[in-house]
Write a protein that binds this ligand. Structure first.
Ligand code: APR
Length: 252
């Protein structure tokens, strides 16, 4: 095992308060597209000539729900057709070994929960794809797959109101509960933060790493490409998540 991985294993053995921050790169090993970087969804424009961030925005869901749902359905379809990979499983195993190990994910695919990460120590800061809920009567609808093969946009079975997923669309606020949980755990501090598969494009993703570093904690990045935090971390492992995380956890 290479030197840098052995150093991270030593940190994982020693630390109790651990935060694993994950992004689209973790699910890239399940075959899902990332948003930025090579092959990223955001690199191109939609068939309508829009940046994908515009198509997947709260404003578009209001103004043209069929168009927004066209791209939501693409994302959801990809997530439903793939599944968690060995890195998700290894993170769930790490959380069983370390009762104070938390996951902060930007991913809406639900793969951490499916892999066995405990919901009480998982913060899905951009929400999740199901259950859909009605904007008019608030009724929940757990049958996302059925709606993906029906005419867009999905309608409420009770009142025909517009359905949407509990995700944070572009231009929308983060969920208050997620932010409160993150702030609560940040206040307790972390000894070790490992960022996996993220371009670190958002301040609420960079902040836990910077604050941990300022408090003398140890910081790691696992990403084949450099990101906004590469210059900040103590150890950078330039590999895929799948090539590093199962190996790290298997040595605990
Ligand atoms: N293993 C690890 N990292 C990988 C892999 C892999 N197999 N493949 C790609 N990466 C890295 C890329 O180098 C990139 O730095 O994953 C990162 C993915 O970055 P983004 O596509 O920007 O995804 P993310 O950081 O999760 O984006 C954050 O942006 O638009 C929002 O809601 C969207 O949750 C998303 C958020």
């Amino acid at each position: 095992m290479q030197q840098s991985l052995l150093r991270v294993v030593a940190q994982l053995k020693r630390a109790q308060r651990i935060l694993i921050i994950t992004g689209a790169g973790l699910s890239a090993d399940s075959g899902l597209p990332t948003y930025r970087g090579l092959g990223g969804l955001y690199n191109g424009h939609t068939a309508e000539g829009l940046p994908i961030e515009a198509a997947l925005s709260g404003g578009m869901l209001q103004s043209d729900p069929a168009l927004c749902w066209k791209y939501l359905a693409q994302l959801a379809g990809a997530c439903l057709q793939a599944r968690p990979n060995a890195a998700h499983m290894a993170i769930a195993r790490l959380q069983k070994l370390k009762p104070e190990c938390w996951v902060l994910t930007q991913n809406i695919d639900g793969y951490h929960r499916a892999a066995g990460s405990p919901a009480e120590r998982l913060i899905e800061i951009h929400g999740q794809l199901t259950p859909l809920f009605c904007l008019d009567c608030a009724a929940e609808d757990g049958d996302l797959p059925a709606h993906l093969t029906a005419p867009m946009p999905p309608r409420c079975r009770h009142c025909q109101g517009l359905l949407r997923p509990p995700v944070v669309l572009f231009g929308e606020m983060l969920g208050e509960d997620s932010v409160a949980r993150l702030q609560g755990e940040m206040a307790k501090g972390f000894e070790l933060v490992i960022c996996v598969g993220t371009s670190a494009s958002f301040p609420y993703i960079v902040e836990p790493l910077i604050r941990t570093k300022q408090r003398g904690g140890f910081t790691v990045e696992i990403n084949p490409e450099r990101s906004a935090i590469s210059a900040q971390v103590d150890i950078r492992i330039g590999t895929k998540a799948l090539d590093a995380i199962p190996a790290l956890v298997s040595h605990l």
